[in-house]
Ligand binder design. Structure first.
Ligand SMILES: C[S@@+](CC[C@H](N)C(=O)[O-])C[C@H]1O[C@@H](n2cnc3c(N)ncnc32)[C@H](O)[C@@H]1O
Length: 275
């Protein structure tokens, strides 16, 4: 049986975390949004969604609301952005960062939105589907709320693409064998499945672009990859005794010698709803 959404990664149910952990997760979200490689992914997605002045857009699973505010700048004062997130703690954090632009922050489930049919011109859904129980159900809901001929942009990680260089042969595979499905979602290949899911949903004008993020230092990688972040508490690892310390020592050594490398592909897939 598939694990329930709340049994997955911290991002699946931020409100269910102890307060201290939810602060850590919120800070992590903000730091990720500022990372140049995540910004590169977002530029690709923006080019593909092509938001226009006057549009009403939905950011589903909007996190700290950064992208919603970015989209608000594109749709301008005549447009609006609905930023919906499952977590009330995240929604409150997003509201506290509001910049006065035309964003409305709502708590809600992307798979069961309180919005009328055909309510928005376009949808952005970034790094959310990997955390939900049924991605196709969420995609169907995003299609329902999009007007005919509107555009849907899905951004998601392919954790199966994660690879390292600069460490002893085989060690990364051992570590990833332990942390995939633990630090990363069970649905770790979500990114590469986006195109197929949009085809199956009957959309048109599909594009799917892999953006391979490159991390050339452990510090840069740690912002996006929990398994190289020494600040992730030891008891969160669930790896055999000694493995975490051995791995992190190798990561640090590779960083010191300048040979550290990590790569991770994030996919951007867009399509239009039928007219
Ligand atoms: C990795 S974060 C990404 C946030 C934001 N899209 C970004 O790129 O910064 C995943 C977000 O999805 C939200 N989320 C998870 N499941 C959700 C659901 N079923 N409906 C709406 N939001 C959800 C989480 O609360 C979290 O804020």
């Amino acid at each position: 049986m598939e694990p329930a959404q709340k049994d997955r990664t911290p991002f699946s149910d931020i409100d269910g975390l102890p307060a201290q952990m939810s602060e850590i997760v919120l800070d992590a979200l903000t730091a990720m949004g500022r990372h140049p490689e995540i910004q590169r992914v977002r530029r690709t997605a923006l080019d593909m969604l092509r938001p226009e002045p006057g549009q009403r857009l939905l950011d589903a699973g909007s996190g700290s609301g950064e992208v919603a505010r970015l989209l608000a700048a594109r749709v301008g004062p005549r447009g609006e952005v609905l930023a919906v997130d499952h977590s009330s703690a995240v929604t409150a954090a997003a509201v506290s960062r509001h910049d006065g632009s035309n964003v409305h922050y709502l708590t809600g489930d992307a798979g069961d939105l309180s919005l009328p049919d055909a309510h928005v011109d376009g949808v952005w859904c970034e790094r959310v589907l990997q955390h939900v129980d049924d991605a196709d159900e969420v995609i169907a809901e995003l299609i329902r709320v999009t007007r005919p001929g509107g555009r849907i942009c899905l951004v998601d990680t392919d954790w199966g693409s994660l690879a390292f260089d600069g460490m002893p042969a085989g060690l990364a595979d051992v570590v990833l064998g332990h942390v995939h499905g633990h630090f990363t979602p069970q649905q770790h290949d979500m990114g590469r499945t986006l195109r197929r899911r949009l085809v199956a949903a009957g959309l048109r004008d599909l594009t799917a672009t892999p953006v391979t993020c490159v991390f050339a230092t452990p510090a840069s990688a740690a912002v996006v990859l929990p398994m190289v972040n020494p600040d992730v508490p030891e008891d969160a690892w669930a790896t055999p005794p000694g493995l975490r310390d051995e791995w992190l020592a190798c990561v640090e050594a590779a960083g010191a010698s300048g040979t550290f490398l990590a790569v991770l592909t994030i996919w951007v897939a867009t399509a239009a709803t039928q007219n």
